[in-house]
Design a protein around this ligand. Structure first.
Ligand code: ADP
Ligand code: MG
Length: 349
């Protein structure tokens, strides 16, 4: 399912490496003043005077992080950028540059790579980042995409994982569990398709969650909102592995415990519906599912009034004494200790 039946299939061997790079990147322009030199030299140059540079990188590997059986290539390009941008937003910083390195086998055509780059370009446009370089190499088997993102931030506005204080409020953006249940639907449809390739599934009622899985959006809007509300979180992390494991990260880095209230966890009705169908507990999807790319942060209680009425911010708990640990309080008032059951790449292999 690498490309539709009608699209041409130009072998990569028709182009040399340099022609391929030139072809894939010719429509990318530099738009940020901090992008001093981009593609075409031995190295790019980025600089934004007086600010600190932040860099993050993430690698996506076919068969581990994505399955081309149901992930469209354009979405894959888009998502690979999103997972990186999300890491910089989680530092309260706007990303401004990315580099993109790909390893491909001859199973991929030029048109397939073009699709990936269309997704990358759309992400660059929507999030105002410049593609300034990368690397292109061959792989014997699957596809590998490695993206690095850079951004610049004022020293006193950068937020990391370690500033949460006792009694700070724990806040999450958006809603959770959608990406995970979306993946369950896609996996099920793939299995059905294997048995009967002629079925045309109607996925429209699942589209909210499938989109969360295939085309996540990094929460640039949340960073902007917090800025407008004049709130600087005391600590922050993005939710890539599931709420539970991210709370544990904040706890460990900040040296505090957390109380999380199960009934406060924002879960969209679409997620609840799919959970009912799959006989799955929505709380578990939120706690352990991952890939939601929402932001999880702590704020001082003094800032509560500024965020309290906002539709995409939900207070789900608070920081407490480290000795208490990280506890979820259920609807019935039971306390359950949170454990890291997030996505663990090594155990899956
Ligand atoms: P070098 O041999 O110095 O590593 P390359 O031929 O790999 O140079 O790259 C030439 C230019 O193209 C560099 O600016 C590099 O950053 C950029 N580039 C290479 N591959 C990609 C890619 N897949 N996507 C974007 N830019 C790329
Ligand atoms: Mg190179």
């Amino acid at each position: 399912m690498l490309e539709s039946k009608n699209s041409p299939n130009t072998p990569l061997s028709n182009l040399g490496e340099f022609a391929l790079i030139e072809h894939l990147t010719k429509n990318f322009n530099l738009t940020n003043k901090s992008s001093l030199l981009g593609i075409g030299d031995d190295a790019a140059i980025i600089n934004d005077k007086g600010k600190l540079t932040l860099i993050t990188t993430d690698m996506l590997i076919e068969g581990i992080h994505f399955d081309l059986g149901y992930v469209p290539l354009k979405h894959l390009g888009y998502k690979s950028v999103m997972v990186n941008l999300s890491d910089l937003y989680a530092m309260n910083v706007y990303p401004s540059q990315i580099t993109t390195s790909i390893a491909v086998s001859n199973r991929f055509s030029l048109e397939a790579l073009e699709e990936i780059y269309k997704g990358i370009q759309l992400a660059c446009k929507n999030y105002n980042v410049d593609l300034i370089g990368g690397d292109t190499t061959s792989s014997k088997t699957g596809l590998i995409i490695s993206i690095t993102a850079a951004g610049f931030g004022d020293k006193n506005r950068i937020v990391n994982r370690k500033g949460a204080k006792e009694n700070d409020l724990l806040v999450v953006s958006g809603d959770l569990g959608g990406a995970y249940v979306g993946l369950q639907v896609l996996e099920r449809e793939k299995a059905v398709f294997k048995v009967n390739p002629n079925t045309q599934p109607d996925l429209s009622k699942y589209s909210y969650c499938i989109e969360k899985q295939l085309k996540p959006e990094a929460r640039k809007d949340v960073i902007k909102l917090l800025d407008e509300l004049e709130v600087i979180p005391t600590s922050m992390i993005d939710i890539s592995d599931g709420l539970s494991s991210e709370i544990l990260h904040l706890s460990k880095s900040s040296n505090v415990g957390f109380h999380l209230f199960e009934e406060k966890i924002p879960i969209d009705p679409h997620v609840n519906l799919i959970c009912e169908e799959f006989k799955f507990n929505p709380t578990i999807a939120a706690l352990n599912g991952g890939e939601d790319y929402e932001l999880l942060f702590t704020i001082s209680q003094n800032d509560f009034d500024k965020i309290k009425d906002h539709p995409f911010l939900t207070v789900i708990g608070h920081a407490c004494d480290k000795k208490i640990g990280c506890q979820m309080i259920t609807g019935l008032g039971q306390q359950i200790e949170l454990t890291a059951q997030g996505w663990q790449s090594f155990s899956k292999i």
